[in-house]
Design a protein around this ligand. Structure first.
Ligand SMILES: Nc1ncnc2c1ncn2[C@@H]1O[C@H](COP(=O)(O)OP(=O)(O)OP(=O)(O)O)[C@@H](O)[C@H]1O
Ligand SMILES: [Mg+2]
Length: 289
């Protein structure tokens, strides 16, 4: 049992999820679901089937079907306008699909949940631009991120302090900002801010992390540091990474990791990076000859 789990057992039991979600669509979930509370008995953490999104008749997503295995780090590539960001908008409840099914694990129908409730199911999203509290020190950014997790907020103060401190230190080390802990977040480099924001998401112990072009604007060195970080997170959460930088994708996918190529709102190809790179349709629509 992890230190974090030890904290949870003191809290009163939660009402069944259905009951919490029945609060007129308002964020009913009082805590973030632990990964163990998501039914992944069939192996998938995320499942999209025939998802269609139209904007004034234009199909940004066109019967998109895709599934991510629990613990997987999936890279998604594809040309501009392929629908990659729209897909993340659908998963996080920002955009409602016109048709199709979107499930977290076996049982959580994301199309029926509000954006804040989806956030509490354990889906963390990283947007392209870093969003950190610029006027607060690095460590306080992590503390603030943790406090939005009610499990910590509601628990005993004394234990919270000791354990929270340990979590913050652990995360600082993971995102390699342990020497910047007292600096204002606004003073960090672009790459450091991106890692800090990922650290903030990690404070919530997400089951699934969605990262939309996290390496954009980074130097080559920062890009490889980010790849290292995401590779280290393998096993602790499932991840979906949308990216154009092929060296970054190669560093994440390795020889065997599955890469999804999207085009025109659907999956064009799926397979190892080498396989999709050799795919005629992919060469035609994305990589070029
Ligand atoms: N809110 C919206 N209203 C109208 N059209 C939209 C909206 N959001 C996205 N689109 C359109 O849907 C298509 C898919 O856009 P999306 O941003 O999902 O692509 P993407 O794959 O993320 O591209 P990029 O690689 O450039 O980020 C585009 O043609 C875009 O113009
Ligand atoms: Mg996009």
């Amino acid at each position: 049992m992890t230190a974090h789990n030890a904290l949870i057992v003191d809290l009163p039991p939660l009402p069944p999820l259905e009951e919490q979600l029945n609060l007129n669509g308002v964020a009913g979930l009082g805590h973030v679901l632990a990964p163990g509370e998501i039914d992944v008995s069939h192996g998938a953490i995320l499942y999209l089937e025939d998802v269609t999104v139209s904007f004034d008749g234009f199909r940004a997503l066109n019967a998109l079907t895709l599934s991510i295995d629990v613990g997987e780090l999936r890279c998604v590539i594809g040309p501009n306008g392929a629908g990659k960001t729209t897909m993340m908008d659908v998963i996080t409840g920002k955009t409602r699909p016109d048709a199709g099914r979107v499930f977290l694990g076996q049982t959580l129908d994301l199309t029926r949940m509000s954006e804040p409730v989806i956030a509490r199911t354990g889906i963390g999203r990283k947007f392209q631009k870093p969003t950190v509290f610029e006027n607060h020190p690095v460590w306080e950014n992590l503390e603030l991120a943790m406090k939005t997790d009610k499990r910590w907020f509601a628990s005993l103060r004394a234990r919270l302090d000791a354990q929270a401190q340990a979590r913050i230190e652990e995360t600082l080390e993971l995102i390699r900002l342990q020497h910047e802990a007292t600096r204002l977040a606004g003073e960090l480099s672009h790459g450091q801010k991106q890692r800090l924001e990922i650290g903030m998401l990690l404070m919530q112990q997400p089951a699934l992390l969605l990262l939309d072009e996290p390496a954009a604007g980074m130097t080559d060195h920062e890009t490889m540091e980010l790849a290292d970080l995401l590779n280290k997170l393998r096993g602790s959460c499932s991840m979906m990474v949308v990216e154009h930088d092929m060296e970054f994708v190669a560093a994440l996918a390795g020889a065997f990791g599955k890469v999804t190529v999207m085009a025109e709102g659907r999956v064009l190809a799926e397979g190892s990076l080498d396989e999709v790179k050799r795919d005629d349709a992919v060469i035609e629509s994305y990589l070029g000859r």
